[in-house]
Each structure stands twice: as structure tokens, then as C-alpha cells.
Design a protein around this ligand. Structure first.
Ligand code: PRX
Length: 679
């Protein structure tokens, strides 16, 4: 489907939406909020850009103050806080010790309820991070600028490893634990990591999952692609026990807890980094097959996530904050680890699935720990609602603030979140942003704006969004007409570039609406997000979803091309096309259409083989709802597969006018096949 067609679809959807009513933030929340004075918008108005962002950077400790707030001399490679020097680990840990040494930095909640919750104080975190940094430096020989791939689940070892890297100026690249060994290999190769850090196993969905096996696969695959991993560091989920079926390879695999004994109580001075040095890579799916490494900065990124944690998440030192995302995604990096800890908060890390053993689990955790700020995705909210519409009412938790992120939230689901989970006492922010952005871009400021179910809200202070049509013309602000959302200005949290591919960076996010590639004026370089959106008269933005070949499954981006490439690893598959289909819980799921090589018979086994290939190549997160084995694909005369037609068939809709196709007769055949099969 072309962007134009999708946009047309989006506009039709928009026309069917009604405006939702406003809901005021609870006055108790406003009374204690960090941001309750609308003067903040005056301070961050365009006439004060870019210096308005100084106040974000001033939340941090700088070893050397910067001389230039924004260097925009080489658009779109913007640099923030130029000349400034700082260390992220120092800012998130060391500087809090005098006041908060004995405060919990993290609560670790194991999935199994019979295992105790662990509180890790700032002092303990300081010790463990220093010891790990010593190990990375002295045992692995890692230094500033080197890359390390982490493939870790939700345990304390993940942020400890991230901070140890940050302390040394080593660039971490954490791969979501649900991704396969092969997906991990691609990221090892792209980042050229010579060390992989993993764990033997972890608890998830009621069982102990082998994880080290993926590391062996990843390293073997990376070697095939020419990158040799020298060391695999293996944390152990339960000290001194080993729960993986794969053997430890001599001189390559090492148990971290054993090696750490040599670094007991060691202290490592934090490396003084430039504001525009790279802190980490976070790979995300794009329109072409290869995932791209969003390369995030040190100073701009930390300033942005600290400030948005303060003003949008409203995290005060006395709050207990729980973001239920996975640290393996950008939400976890920015809003479980770096943002909250920059503010000396207490952040909860939960190992498990939210509805295991039952949908009351999150509310029990919230009750036990006194969580008062809760942050999750529409997918989780839908799943918890299905687990018991009245269940949250049976628990005594009290939230002051709740966040939703990652996908559009239906107003009905929003209202359940507000009425039942938040008990009408918790303000809600619907935060729109992306892996590339570092932190929130659109949201209400919770102590200032009223809420509107289903709408993210206006641009954050200092973020100037606009909606643009296909020709690059700005759609009248507040007109409610759908188009592509862009951010007109640079902001400190935005990634520096795509790792190793400046050209793709410019092409993906800027080329589309830049009219003068030579321009040195940032006004000529709007950031193109790839989402359809519209802006209502009140300035609130409603996000319609992706306009490119990306499927948003449970708030996580999967490229249709990646999934298609996985299908084609099955030798019997001739062609594959992947389309998103609506799913009640996860928002969308991929559905696969595959045609087989001549002479190969369609069978359930063949469909299973394709599913297995996808899970193997990418991970269980990409498991399709269904694989349709078809005699042929609907194609244009130039031979392009018409995904739009396939997605209409999957959705049970009329495929529209197909007379211009090269093979219109196949549409009816597919329709019969798909729409007559029970689901
Ligand atoms: O389509 C938008 C959707 O998620 C995409 C970004 O995905 P990712 O980079 O994985 O980051 C997810 C967490 C920040 C966006 O292009 N999206 C994100 N937040 C929202 C959203 N759609 C609607 N409402 C949101 N609040």
C-alpha cells in the first residue's frame, strides 16, 4: 500500500471518531505536581529556542559546563550542549550517595511470588556497578567507545551492566531478551561487539526459560558473518546454579559471579565523556529488512529523559515508580533506568508477565511496594482488563499518576484504566514517541492540561509538532485533518544518527520534507516520524499509527520485510507477504501469505515450518496469527505484491477495485480461502 493510500485510509478512520470529553486532573495531583504553572510553555516557546533547554541540562552534574546549547551548523546532525562533559553513571548513582545512600534505587520483583523481592540501595548499586565496570575493563579489556551487546532479561543484572558500561564510556547495545539468537547475531555484527553479556536462564510466563542457548547460536551466526565474539559473560539467575542445557565453552564463556570475586570492592573512576559521545545503541525495525541502530547521546539524552521524568512522569524522591515495560526496549532504557535514576527515584523491575499467575499480580505488587506511579502499554491494559474487569478494585493500591505508551489507546480502554485501575484518583498521560526520539514528544503536562481519552496531547514544552500532507504542505493546525506527523525542531533527546549509516538517517527521517539539502537552517529540516496523525482544534494530537511497512505488535515495531525475509529462509517458500491484522489485545498481529515453490504441496506442516522459521529468526514476538499458503499473490502489472489487497482480505473487508491487477482472479480465490476458514 502506498503512503498516500494509507493516509487516505487514516483520514476515513478519523472521520468516524467523535471528539471525547475532557477529564480534569485530580486536584490532589495538581497540588503536588512539579509542573502546574502554564508559564512553562512561555519559557519553552519558539522565541526562546534552543536556550530553553538549558534548564533540562541543569538537572545534571557537569564535569565541564557546555559553551553552545545547540550546534545546528550541519543539519540534520544536530549537537546539544557542545563542549559539556559528564558521566551518565555518575549522574544516576554517585551524586545521589550523600543524600540517598540507603534509599532503594531498584526493587527487583521476581516472577515467582514465593521468591522474595530484592531492594537494592544506591550504595549497593554503586558497589555492584563499580565491580562490574572493573571486570569489563580489566578482564575484557573494554574501553571508551567499544561496543558490547547485552542480551539480558528483566533482572537487576541488566541495569547493573548498563551502568557499568556507562561508567567506562563503553557503548551498550541491549537486545530484547525475547529476540532470538539470530536477531541477536545481526545486532552483534552491525555494532561489531566482541563481548556478549547474557544470563543462563530467567523466569517468564510460569517457567524457567533457557537463555544461554541463544548466545551460542548468536555467536556462531555472527562468526559466519565475519564477527568473532571473544567472550560470553554469563550471569546466573540463581547464584552458583546453572540452568541452561548448553555447555560453557572453555576460554570463551565465563560466569560473571565467579570472575567478579577478583574485583571485590574495586572502584573505577567514571570516564569523563563529551555530551555528544554515544551512550548506547537501540536497534529498531524500519521499512527495509535490516534493523537500524538508533545511536543515542550522553548529555542531550540524559538531560531529556531526566526532565521528562520530572515534568511528565512527576517522579518525586518519595515516590515508588513502576514502569512495566521491558528494559530491552527504549521505554525501559529511558523510563525504568536512566530518567528515574537521574532523579534519585526508586524504580521497580518486574521479571515476569503481568497476568501470571493471574491478572491481580500487578495490583498485588503495587500494594506491597506502595507503588504510586504506574506506567504501561495499551496491550498490557487490554490484557489485564480481560483478566477481570473488576479485579483492580479488590486491591488497595493507590496511584497518583499513570502512563500509557507505545500504541494508540482506545477511549474505552482508557476509561477502564482511569475508572478502575486508577480509581479516578490518578492522572493519566498518553505519551507518544519512538525509539529514535529518546523521550516523550507529545503528551499532556499532567498538572496543567485536562486529559482527553485516546489523544496523546500537544507537543511537550519545546517540541513543535506539525501535520503535513503528502506534498509537504502543512495541514492547518487544529483542523482535524489527517496527515503525517513531523517535529519541526531539533530536541536534545533525539538520536545522533543511525549507527554506521548517516545516509540512511538523513533519508529515513529528513529527506522527505527537506526542500534544500544544503540548508544550514534547522527550520528546513522537519523530523518525519512515519506516523499518521491529526490535530484537533485544542492542539491535541491523535496518533493513527504507522504509515510505513512497520507493524506495531503490543507496542513494539516489527518490519514486515524482516518477517518476510524470515519466511524466505524456508527453501520451499517462493514468495511471502506479511500484513498487519487487528488483534483485540495486542493491537495488531502479523499475518503471513506465502506461495510455495512449484511441486511443493501446501500442508499444515509447511505452515508450521514457516512459523518456526519466523520465531527462530526474529523471536516469539513476531509469531504470526496465521499463515495462509496460497497459489499466487495478487500483483500489479509491474509484479509488485499488493499488500493492501491482502490486508483487506485478512480483515474480511472488500478488496475494492482490483481490475487493474495483473491477476485479478486470484483475489476471489484468496478471499474464499481466507474468509471461509474458521479462525
Ligand atoms: O506508531 C507509534 C507508536 O509506536 C511507534 C514507536 O515505536 P517504538 O520505537 O518501538 O517505541 C515505542 C515506545 C516509545 C510510533 O511510531 N506509538 C508510540 N507511542 C504511542 C504510539 N502510538 C499511539 N500513541 C502513543 N502514545
Amino acid at each position: 500500500m502506498s503512503a498516500r493510500e494509507i493516509e487516505a485510509d487514516a483520514a476515513v478512520i478519523a472521520a468516524h471518531w467523535r471528539e471525547e470529553e475532557y477529564i480534569s486532573p485530580p486536584s490532589r495531583f495538581i497540588g503536588q505536581a512539579y509542573a502546574s504553572d502554564p508559564a512553562i510553555f512561555e519559557r519553552f516557546a519558539e522565541k526562546n529556542f534552543p536556550d530553553c533547554f538549558r534548564e533540562y541540562a541543569e538537572l545534571l552534574h557537569w564535569d565541564q559546563y557546555w559553551h553552545t546549547t545547540l550546534d545546528a551548523s550541519r543539519p540534520p546532525f544536530f549537537k546539544w550542549f557542545v563542549g559539556g562533559k559528564l558521566n551518565v553513571c555518575y549522574n544516576c548513582i554517585d551524586r545521589h550517595l550523600p543524600k540517598h545512600r540507603n534509599k532503594a534505587a531498584f526493587y527487583f520483583v521476581p516472577e515467582r511470588e514465593d521468591e522474595p523481592i530484592v531492594a537494592l540501595t544506591y550504595q549497593q548499586l554503586y558497589r555492584r556497578v563499580n565491580e562490574m565496570a572493573a571486570l569489563l575493563r580489566d578482564f575484557c579489556g573494554l574501553k571508551r567507545g567499544d561496543r558490547v551487546t547485552l542480551h539480558l532479561p528483566m533482572t537487576l543484572e541488566l541495569p547493573i551492566t548498563m551502568f557499568a558500561c556507562a561508567r567506562l564510556g563503553v557503548i551498550h547495545s541491549q537486545v530484547f531478551s525475547g529476540f532470538s539468537g539470530r536477531a541477536c547475531a545481526d545486532r552483534i555484527v552491525d555494532s561489531r561487539s566482541r563481548v556478549l553479556i547474557t544470563i543462563d536462564a530467567y523466569q517468564r510466563s510460569g517457567k524457567l526459560n533457557d537463555h544461554k542457548d541463544k548466545a551460542d547460536l548468536a555467536v556462531a551466526e555472527a562468526a559466519k558473518q565475519g564477527v568473532d565474539v571473544e567472550k560470553i559473560l554469563v550471569w546466573r539467575r540463581y547464584p552458583a546454579q546453572y540452568h541452561s542445557t548448553t555447555p560453557m565453552v572453555k576460554d570463551r564463556d565465563f560466569f560473571v559471579d565467579e570472575v567478579l570475586k577478583n574485583y571485590h570492592n574495586r572502584e573505577i573512576a567514571p570516564e569523563v565523556m563529551d555530551a555528544n559521545d554515544t551512550l548506547f545503541l537501540m536497534y529498531t525495525s524500519g521499512t527495509t529488512g535490516k534493523p537500524k541502530g538508533a545511536q543515542h547521546s550522553t548529555g542531550g539524552y540524559l538531560a531529556y529523559v531526566a526532565a521528562t521524568s520530572k515534568y511528565i512522569q512527576d517522579i518525586h524522591p518519595q515516590d515508588v515508580y513502576w514502569c512495566m515495560a521491558d528494559i530491552g526496549w527504549i521505554t525501559g532504557h529511558s523510563y525504568i533506568v536512566y530518567g528515574p535514576l537521574a532523579l534519585a527515584a526508586t524504580s521497580v523491575i518486574f521479571e515476569g508477565a503481568p497476568n501470571v499467575p493471574d491478572a491481580g499480580r500487578p495490583w498485588r505488587i503495587a500494594e506491597t511496594l506502595g507503588v504510586n506511579i504506574f506506567h504501561t502499554s495499551p496491550t498490557a491494559i487490554r490484557a489485564l482488563r480481560r483478566g477481570g474487569v473488576d479485579l483492580p478494585s479488590q486491591y488497595k493500591h493507590r496511584f497518583k499518576h499513570m502512563t500509557t505508551v507505545g500504541e494508540p489507546i482506545e477511549p474505552e480502554i482508557w476509561r477502564w484504566y482511569w475508572n478502575v485501575v486508577g480509581k479516578r484518583e490518578a492522572v493519566i498521560v498518553d505519551t507518544w514517541w519512538q525509539t529514535e526520539n529518546g523521550g516523550f514528544l507529545c503528551s499532556t503536562v499532567p498538572g496543567i492540561h485536562p486529559m482527553k481519552p485516546g489523544s496523546a496531547g500537544p507537543g511537550l514544552p519545546g517540541i513543535y509538532p506539525m501535520i503535513v500532507n503528502e506534498n509537504g504542505e502543512q495541514i492547518a493546525p487544529g483542523s482535524g485533518v489527517a496527515g503525517n506527523i513531523c517535529i519541526r525542531n531539533p530536541w536534545p533527546g533525539r538520536m545522533l544518527t543511525i549507527w554506521g549509516d548517516d545516509e540512511r538517517f538523513v533519508k529515513t527521517y529528513y529527506a522527505r520534507y527537506n526542500n534544500d539539502p544544503k540548508s544550514k537552517d534547522w527550520h528546513d529540516w522537519p523530523y518525519f516520524a512515519g506516523d499518521g496523525a491529526l490535530q484537533a482544534a485544542d492542539g491535541y494530537i491523535r496518533i493513527l499509527g504507522r504509515i510505513d511497512d512497520v507493524i506495531n505488535v503490543a507496542g513494539h515495531r516489527l518490519g514486515t520485510k524482516e518477517i518476510e525475509a524470515a519466511c524466505l529462509t524456508v527453501p520451499e517458500v517462493a514468495e511471502a507477504a506479511v500484513v498487519p491484522v487487528a488483534d483485540e489485545i495486542k493491537g495488531a498481529l502479523p499475518e503471513v501469505y506465502a506461495s510455495l515453490q512449484p511441486g511443493v504441496k501446501a500442508s499444515d506442516q509447511m505452515a508450521k515450518k514457516i512459523v518456526d522459521a519466523i520465531v527462530d529468526e526474529i523471536g516469539a514476538i513476531a509469531r504470526p496469527r496465521r499463515v495462509w499458503l496460497v497459489p499466487d499473490m495478487p500483483k500489479t502489472r509491474s509484479g509488485k505484491i499488493m499488500r493492501r489487497v491482502l490486508s483487506s482480505i485478512s480483515a474480511g473487508r472488500d478488496a475494492g477495485d482490483v481490475s487493474t491487477l495483473a491477476n485479478p482472479e486470484v483475489v476471489e480465490e484468496l478471499r474464499k480461502l481466507v474468509q471461509n476458514k474458521p479462525r
